[in-house]
Design a protein. Structure first.
Length: 761
């Protein structure tokens, strides 16, 4: 005979049963998605343990939360309370109708609330520099609005009851379930519409967002199967509670044992090819930073001593102390003092003087890749995109191997205007999306202005806002935007500048060119010596479509097509400037320089687990190889293959105008090359500095012969080396091949030597 005591001994307490159910379902869902992620990486068996561990980290909080809810429900209403609730909804039409009305009321209020908060977020968070303060204010607004929402729910509920009266239950499916399913489908459809119709979805790391979001979906599907069609199979599994506890123990232990220092292949598979690796590993590195120096050794991270805050990739190398302070190249040796040079037998003859100019016009095109110019051989629909620039190139000295020092505007523009590498710039704050360049930097205009040149800028972009000198030109641009790069300008006309979102959808070239033409006319009439910079923005995303071009591509190809036709449109605007220089008689006295601050990417590489689109997130060739050409009166046109840098721009312009360079400048004058003389071979360097928008760091070098690109991804503790002649798209990493260590050491020597010392030569 079975007693009541025996029944209690055989049946687990309701709370424990609900807890085990929640744990088991969610952890099983995590295991299913981990399996899919393992297959997705295609990395063999190496990534299996760390990916299982990462999915355990993701699944465990949700599993415990669901387990607690189900356990509490079981303890309160008994086992099977969820199924019982659905049965009651089917049986009690009035309850079903009331709950459905409540859901509708909450959905309407939630939608209104979301729109209102979205609008407030722009002002409280998006338009302020101190995001933490803005976020706190927004949180206060949200909490304060909750009672108002609760009061507003009552009249909406009364209206919604009339609506639910006409919503029928379908067979065993209640109104509430129908509404939830319908709302889920509608929300998913709306989200997909926004992503695929209103955003450049190709550049979004959608997998890392969508796949983890499937965790509750897969868990729900498992629960439906386990308590529906497969209920009999579930009931025959012995020790289900014990299995859930074992799963919990594995989920807790696995991250501790599987997320250790991986092989390079495993690290690459997890951080660059899995759905969750890039985001989770980066977050865990921030959390597991033992010495709190901003770098971590976790999972192959870049910190070579995570217990010493003075040792990290951002530290200054101290030669001869026996410590690799900056985690690159080992401890730097103390160099012996150079012996006194032997007396020269005779002084070397002076190099022939290059042609000089009375004025200079720098046409600065944002986001233009060198390989999109017609002179590089690029065509679309059988034609060059840049006939006017091609014609200018035929009259110019063109540097075919010119490289930017940074992959985005906030780092590159101050760098080339001050002839310093990005990390050498004096700014208000290094870790900042748009740093303010301090006044004690020496800009090109500050060097030219005392020499009697009228210094002018023409632009229409938020980055060039200067409220101190030109307050009327900033309009509605966020108040914290203060790059201060217009130092030394007698006049910088930035009228028409828009805020960041609006600027990215603007076509500013027509108004910039028009006011530039007017200014050139004034200068020519007055015969004023001048130096002018004109910034044209159009190739920058979001790419706008223009009349006169046929757009036929889709997907990623459509992005490249729109980018190309933005360049073609810009080429026509540049033609207007060049025509004016000729028609005003300025061509006889004015050097015309064309350059770009960085290039653009279209998914050729994967960076931190996401396809690399647009710019700012890496130092591959497509982002740092830029146009640079000089048309100088009296100078013969030429194509030069010297490796040069954008920081050479300011010294070259100063030399063209006969002005001595600033002592702080790190670039060199290219005047000998303009005169047809040889240049001493020098490498080009680039830096990607971390910022709140993209917290990654890297250094790169193009060798002096232009043959190799050495790329040190500091945040990923990874070296990459590419043969630019044989592999211009940089697909085959030669790190580890013969000669690679010498190339790595050359970049390390620059990082530890001239860069750290503030020099660049």
């Amino acid at each position: 005979m079975v007693t009541l005591q025996d029944m209690h001994a055989a049946t687990p307490p309701p709370y424990r049963s609900g807890m085990a159910t929640g744990l088991g379902i969610v952890l099983l869902a995590g295991a299913v998605l981990a399996g899919a992620d393992i297959v997705h990486t295609g990395g063999g068996t190496g990534p299996v343990p760390p990916l299982l561990a990462l999915w355990a980290v993701l699944s465990l909080p949700l599993a415990i939360a669901v387990g607690l809810v189900l356990g509490a429900g079981s303890a309160t209403w008994g086992d099977g309370w969820v199924r019982a609730g659905f049965r009651r909804l089917r049986a009690d039409a009035e309850l079903d109708r009331s709950l459905a009305a409540l859901l509708i009321a909450l959905a309407v209020l939630g939608g209104v609330f979301a729109i209102a908060i979205g609008k407030l977020a722009v002002g409280l968070v998006g338009d302020v520099q101190r995001k933490a303060v803005g976020g706190l204010l927004l949180g206060v607004v949200v909490v304060g609005a909750l009672p108002v929402l609760a009061l507003g729910a009552l009249p909406l509920y009364r209206v919604a009851r009339r609506v639910t009266a006409v919503i029928p239950a379908v067979g065993p499916i209640s109104r509430v379930v129908l509404l939830v399913i319908g709302a889920t489908i509608a929300a998913a459809a709306a989200g997909l519409h926004i992503v695929f119709r209103m955003l450049d979805y190709q550049a979004l790391d959608l997998g890392s967002l969508f796949v983890p979001a499937l965790l509750p979906v897969v868990a729900t599907a498992i629960a439906i199967l386990a308590y529906g069609p497969l209920a009999g199979v579930r009931a025959r599994i012995p020790g289900r509670g014990a299995l859930a506890i074992v799963g919990l123990a594995i989920a807790v232990v696995l991250p501790l044992v599987a997320l250790r220092t991986p092989s390079e292949a495993t690290q690459t598979a997890v951080t660059e090819h899995s759905f969750v690796g890039a985001r989770l590993i980066a977050a865990m590195r921030k959390f597991i930073d033992h010495d709190h120096d901003g770098y971590s050794a976790f999972f192959g991270g870049p910190d070579c001593d995570d217990d010493n805050p003075a040792v990290h990739p951002g530290a200054t190398e101290i030669p001869g102390n026996g410590i690799d302070d900056n985690c690159v190249g080992g401890d730097q040796k103390i160099e012996a003092p150079n012996p006194a040079p032997a007396p020269a037998a005779a002084a070397a003859p002076a190099a022939p003087a290059a042609a000089r100019a009375r004025n200079v016009l720098v046409i600065f095109i944002d986001t233009l890749r060198y390989d999109r110019l017609g002179i590089s051989g690029y065509k679309r629909a059988g034609k060059s995109l840049t006939p006017r620039l091609d014609a200018l190139a035929d009259q110019s000295v063109v540097f075919r191997r010119a490289f930017a020092q940074a992959p985005n505007t906030p780092r590159s523009v101050p760098s080339f205007l001050t002839s310093r590498y990005p990390s050498q710039l004096k700014v208000d704050k290094k870790f900042k999306n748009y740093a303010t360049v301090l006044d004690d930097n020496d800009t090109l205009f500050e060097v030219l202005q005392p020499a009697g040149f009228r210094t002018l800028g023409e632009s229409s972009h938020f980055y060039f806002c200067d409220r101190k000198h030109h307050p009327q030109a900033c309009g509605d641009v966020v108040s914290w935007m203060n790059s201060n790069v217009t130092q030394g300008a007698d006049d910088w006309d930035n009228t028409g500048a828009l805020n960041i979102p609006e600027s990215n959808h603007d076509t500013a070239a027509p108004r910039i060119v028009q006011k530039t033409l007017a200014k050139l006319g004034e200068l020519a009439k007055a015969e004023t010596k001048f130096a002018m910079i004109v910034h044209l923005f159009e190739p920058h995303s979001t790419y706008m479509e223009h009349d006169g071009f046929s757009y036929v591509e889709h997907g990623t190809a459509a992005l490249a097509e729109k980018y190309d036709y933005e360049i073609a449109y810009e080429d026509g605007q540049i033609g207007r400037l060049l025509d004016a220089v000729d028609q005003l008689g300025l061509a006889r006295t004015t050097a015309v320089v064309v350059m770009a601050d960085h290039g653009e990417a279209f998914g050729a590489h994967v960076v931190a687990g996401k396809p690399a689109f647009f710019h700012g997130d890496n130092l591959y060739r497509e982002l740092v190889h830029v146009p640079l050409m000089f048309r100088v009166p009296g100078t013969a046109p030429a194509r030069r293959d010297d490796v040069v840098q954008l920081i050479d721009l300011a010294p070259t312009v100063a030399a063209l105008l006969g002005v001595p360079p600033a002592t702080s400048w790190q670039g060199r004058s290219l005047l000998p090359a303009l005169a047809g003389q040889p240049l001493a071979p020098q490498p080009a360097f680039a830096e990607m500095l971390p910022s709140p928008e993209w917290d990654h760091e890297a250094k790169a070098m193009v060798t002096a012969d232009g043959k190799h690109h050495v790329y040190y991804r500091i945040s990923d503790s990874k070296w990459e080396i590419y043969d630019l002649d044989a592999d211009p798209d940089e697909k085959h990493n030669l790190a580890g091949a013969r000669g690679a260590k010498a190339l790595e050491q050359a970049l390390a020597s620059w990082i530890e030597g001239p860069l750290a010392a503030g020099g660049g030569k």
